[in-house]
Design a protein around this ligand. Structure first.
Ligand code: ZN
Length: 264
C-alpha cells in the first residue's frame, strides 16, 4: 500500500512515522490521540495548593508556544520544502519580517517581558511560528505579573496570529484540523511548554501530582533545554511541562493553575 499522491509507502510511514502529504493522513493508520477528559477539580486543587505554598521554590524559566503549518495541496517538506512559495506568501500577508533564518536563534533571545515571535522554515513542516518568552522569575512574582493583566498585542502580532489561524491558507481537513507531517501535531498543530526550575525543599507531592496529568495529555519530564539554550543561570532541577493540541476547556483549566493567560 502506498499514497498515490506523494508515493510514501506504508512501510516507509511505519519507519519514519511521518506523513508525506495531506492525502497520507487519510491513507495510513496512526494512533489517534487519547480522548481528552476534564481534569478532575480535586487534582487541580491539590496542584494549585502546592504551587501556591511553594512559590519561592519554583522559578519560571521560559514559556513557549510552537505552531506548525503546511501549505495546502502540496507535498510536505520531506519531498518539497517550498521555501520560495512560503516566503512569497509571508510577503503577501505582510508578515515576512517575522521570519528569522539565523541558525543559532538563541543569541537573538533576550530576557524580557515581551515574548519573542518568530517564524522559521526548514523543519518537518513548511512553516513554524514560535512564541517564546525567556524569564527568570519566582512563581509567585510570575503569577502576580499575569494577574495584573495582559499587555495588548501589537497590530503586527495580531495580524501574524490571524495569518496562522486562517484555515483556507493551510493544509486543513474538516474532521481533523490543521494537517502536519507528524501525526501528534494534527489538529491545532500546537504545542505549549513551560520550563520550571525547582529549588531544594519543594514539596515532593509535586512530582507525583504532575505525573497524574499525563493521562490528560500533559507531559512532565526533567529537562536540559535551558542548558542547551544557555537560558539563565538556574542550576537546580529543571522540569518541562508540555502539552499538545489541548482543547479549549482543558486549556483554560490548566492555564489557570500555571497562572498562564491563553493568547490563542
Ligand atoms: Zn502522501
Amino acid at each position: 500500500m502506498h499514497c498515490r499522491i506523494c508515493g510514501t509507502t506504508e512501510s516507509q510511514f511505519c519507519i519514519s512515522g511521518k506523513f508525506g502529504c495531506e492525502h497520507c493522513v487519510s491513507q495510513f493508520p496512526y494512533p489517534k490521540s487519547p480522548r481528552r477528559n476534564w481534569i478532575p477539580t480535586s487534582l487541580l486543587l491539590e496542584i494549585e495548593e502546592i504551587l501556591q505554598t511553594n512559590p519561592s521554590k519554583l522559578r519560571v524559566l521560559s514559556v513557549r508556544t510552537r505552531i506548525t503549518r503546511n501549505l495546502s495541496h502540496t507535498l510536505f517538506p520531506y519531498y518539497e520544502p517550498k521555501e520560495k512559495e512560503v516566503k512569497q506568501m509571508l510577503a503577501e500577508n505582510g508578515v515576512l519580517h517575522f521570519l528569522k533564518e539565523e541558525k543559532n536563534i538563541f543569541f537573538l533571545r533576550e530576557m524580557g517581558l515581551d515574548p519573542m515571535y518568530r517564524l522559521y522554515l526548514g523543519s518537518e513542516d513548511h512553516l513554524r511560528l514560535e512564541i517564546y518568552q525567556t524569564l527568570d522569575l519566582d512563581f509567585g512574582a510570575y503569577r502576580k505579573r499575569n494577574e495584573m493583566g495582559k499587555t495588548k498585542l501589537t497590530k503586527e502580532k495580531r495580524s501574524l496570529l490571524r495569518f496562522v489561524t486562517k484555515r483556507k491558507l493551510w493544509a486543513y481537513a474538516k474532521d481533523i484540523g490543521f494537517l502536519s507531517s507528524c501525526p501528534t501535531n494534527l489538529g491545532k498543530g500546537r504545542r505549549d511548554s513551560f520550563l520550571l526550575g525547582m529549588k531544594t525543599g519543594i514539596d515532593p507531592r509535586f512530582f507525583s501530582l504532575f505525573e497524574k496529568l499525563s493521562e490528560f495529555g500533559i507531559e512532565f519530564a526533567p529537562s536540559t533545554d535551558h542548558r542547551r539554550e544557555s537560558l539563565g543561570n538556574f542550576r537546580g532541577l529543571v522540569v518541562k511541562i508540555s502539552w499538545k493540541n489541548a482543547f479549549a476547556v482543558q486549556k483554560r483549566q490548566f492555564y489557570k493553575i500555571l497562572g498562564l493567560r491563553g493568547s490563542l
